[in-house]
Design a protein around this ligand. Structure first.
Ligand code: IDP
Ligand code: MG
Length: 148
């Protein structure tokens, strides 16, 4: 069993794609272990994408990621990291395979609808960036449900 972190980016949320995207993850055998909808601050977006801070597209990326709410997802199951990367498709939708989320829904590389961790190490870091791991994710989910 493995965990990964995924996001539905602002254009995915705006166009009502969260349910369709979650269905694809669930149909591949993964479980939604935590989910939260947030509108990121610039500081949060810059910190999350710190590895790209020297790239030419960084400012554009932060503008886009803070333009509306995103869904933060923790997905668990066998080969979760590789499975979600495969379902999402190539970073640039022009290179994404037919049937992938980015092929079906992404208008451009800058607005490519979804994010997912590129390794189990990144997944750990990205999950703990958004979710408090001092409590088990299952407990956090139960607590969130209890407060709905
Ligand atoms: P990934 O999301 O497939 O892991 P990364 O290379 O980690 O791709 O890049 C992070 C995000 O930065 C991408 O999802 C995309 O939104 C954005 N990005 C990457 N390359 C470009 C580019 O050449 N132009 C504009 N945005 C880009
Ligand atoms: Mg990446």
């Amino acid at each position: 069993m493995e965990r990964t972190f995924a996001m539905v980016k602002p254009n995915g949320m705006k166009h009502g794609l969260l349910g369709r995207i979650l269905s694809r993850y669930e149909a591949s055998g993964l479980a939604v272990q935590a989910i939260r909808v947030v509108k990121m601050t610039r500081e949060q977006a810059e910190g999350f994408y710190a590895e790209h801070k020297d790239k030419g597209f960084f400012g554009e990326l932060v503008d886009f990621m803070t333009s509306g709410p995103v869904a933060l997802l923790v997905l668990g199951g066998e080969d979760a990291v590789a499975k979600v990367r495969a379902l999402n498709g190539a970073t640039n939708p022009a290179n994404a395979a037919p049937g992938t989320i980015r092929y079906d829904y992404a208008p451009s590389v800058g607005e490519n609808v979804v994010h997912s961790s590129d390794s189990p190490e990144s997944a750990k870091r990205e999950i703990s960036y958004w979710f408090d791991e001092s409590e088990p994710v299952e407990y956090a989910v139960a607590r969130q449900l209890a407060t709905v």
